[in-house]
Design a protein around this ligand. Structure first.
Ligand SMILES: NC(=O)c1ccc[n+]([C@@H]2O[C@H](COP(=O)([O-])OP(=O)(O)OC[C@H]3O[C@@H](n4cnc5c(N)ncnc54)[C@H](O)[C@@H]3O)[C@@H](O)[C@H]2O)c1
Length: 438
């Protein structure tokens, strides 16, 4: 007996991505390559992960995709919007993440994905050139309605049973929530009056939720992390999740920091610097877009290390993050971390991490897992913020009265326990006393 009713994953699942740049095209290409048996979906929990069930002596450890009813990769169809008119093959070639040889194997499928005209404004993404594939309309509400028409058309033309939307667009400029975001009524009024505080990503999220489509946000923009969107998601009974894919340096940070804290090793400084040369790096060269990213990255250590609980260990932690646009690197980012730590009697030590990272290679399986898990959540009748998907985000969305959980291992336990709970299996606490009782 499952604890919640989950509708079966029958028929096609359309995955819509606003943004068809490095991450989105690496994701589409990867799914096509896996389907054709050309590559393996490394990094994807939904495709390769197992989940332990019951006692250790039971030896039940099925694959997650055999345990919960997920859409199959063969049933996925892709669509997207982008202000740059390149089809997904040209965009993937330009992004330079996958080699031309690898892209050749999936060229036909990628070339068939043409971007729908985007809702886009340079006010929100300054450093983007070539934005010609853009919608115009009489108001922001008109633009939202055009997106809803795109969604309906896509669903019909592709014979989809269900859709999910995952934001893969550029990082937008940093803005704090405004009056227009405080309620759904205020937001809809703002759409009709073209309130300048409404960002394009919010128009997509609104159009998705109004069209019955769950929405996950891979960028650090607020997008669904707003009272009006939480209200809308609860009203229409759909899941939302965000924000900012946890890849690269932050992934490593949320692996290392919980370990140092578990052993009560002090941290006096954590200096993180990055060089990257892709379009994301170019967009982040604008201080306003960088600010969105910085805020999303900075919170992680503070939450994991809890300086207010451990003032001697973490009270004076100096945390600095730098992102430098350096074109020769393309998508091959280099992230350096210098971590100043101290142990017994305050004796100082250092850890240096030099991560030669391919961001989009780490992000693509996250897009896949989010698409499949958001669809699962919708079929399981889940609505509002999906905190169990924090595992995938740098800055996980949580209820207003809660601090977000950033520790990767707690996030992983939470995700798996959520699946166990939905499927009517015992939660795993790791207590384990039963093995030692007579
Ligand atoms: N690569 C990673 O590991 C990673 C990690 C965390 C977050 N992210 C975020 O994911 C997003 C995508 O990253 P990327 O490397 O693919 O960047 P990218 O620059 O290659 O692609 C972003 C695409 O979004 C498009 N775009 C911009 N505004 C849009 C709009 N309003 N509507 C539709 N499309 C729009 C751009 O034209 C571009 O093609 C960025 O916000 C990035 O910060 C990426």
């Amino acid at each position: 007996m499952t604890a919640v009713d989950i509708r079966p994953a029958s028929g096609k699942l359309g995955v819509l991505t606003p943004g068809m740049g490095a991450v989105a095209t690496t994701f589409y290409a990867g799914v096509f390559a896996v389907r054709k048996g050309l590559a393996k979906p490394f990094g994807s929990l939904t495709q390769l992960g197992h989940i332990r069930l019951g006692k250790r002596t039971e030896h039940r450890n099925p694959m997650i995709k055999d345990f919960v009813p997920l859409a199959s990769l063969d049933d996925l169809v892709f669509g997207g919007w982008d202000p740059i008119p390149d089809d997904a093959y040209s965009a993937a070639m330009r992004a330079g993440v996958l080699t031309p040889q690898d892209l050749e194997g999936v060229k036909e499928e990628l070339a068939a994905i043409k971007p729908m005209p985007a809702v886009f404004s340079h006010d929100w993404v300054k450093l983007l050139t070539g934005a010609t594939n853009v919608k115009t309309g009489s108001s922001t509400m008109d633009l939202a309605e055009q997106l809803m028409a795109d969604i309906t058309r896509f669903k019909q033309e592709n014979g989809c049973d269900r859709l999910v939307m995952v934001w893969c667009g550029s990082t937008e400029a940093f803005h704090r929530p405004a009056a227009v975001h405080q309620s759904l009524a205020a937001f809809e009024k703002g759409l009709r009056e073209s309130d300048p505080e409404i960002a394009p990503s919010q128009v997509y999220a609104y159009a998705a939720l109004r069209s019955g489509v769950p929405f996950a946000n891979g960028a650090p923009n607020l997008t669904v992390d707003l009272p009006c969107m939480v209200e809308l998601a609860n009203e229409v009974g759909l899941p939302i999740a965000g924000k900012d894919y946890k890849t690269g340096q932050t992934l490593i940070k949320t692996i290392l920091a919980p370990g140092l804290k578990a052993r009560l090793i002090g941290v006096s400084g954590w200096f993180s610097t990055n060089i990257l040369g892709n379009r994301d790096g170019e967009v982040l060269d604008d201080p306003e877009s960088f600010k969105s990213k910085e805020v999303s990255k900075l919170g992680v250590l503070e939450q994991i290390l809890q300086p207010e609980v451990y003032p001697d260990l973490y009270g004076n932690l100096y945390h600095k993050i730098r992102i430098n646009y350096y074109p020769p690197r393309g998508d091959n980012k280099e992230g350096w971390d210098n971590i100043d730590i101290f142990g017994w009697l305050g004796y100082p030590m250092q850890i240096k991490v030099d991560f030669l990272c391919k961001d989009s290679i780490l992000a693509a399986p996250i897009v896949l897992d989010l698409a499949l898990f958001m669809d699962l959540a919708a079929r399981a009748g889940q609505k509002g913020i999906q905190e169990w998907l924090s595992f995938y985000f740098k800055s996980p969305q949580a209820a207003p009265e809660l601090y977000p959980e950033n520790d990767l291992f707690i996030q992983s336990t939470k995700l798996k326990n959520t699946l166990r709970h939905w499927m009517g299996e015992d939660l795993i606490t790791h207590l384990g006393t039963e093995y030692y009782e007579e």
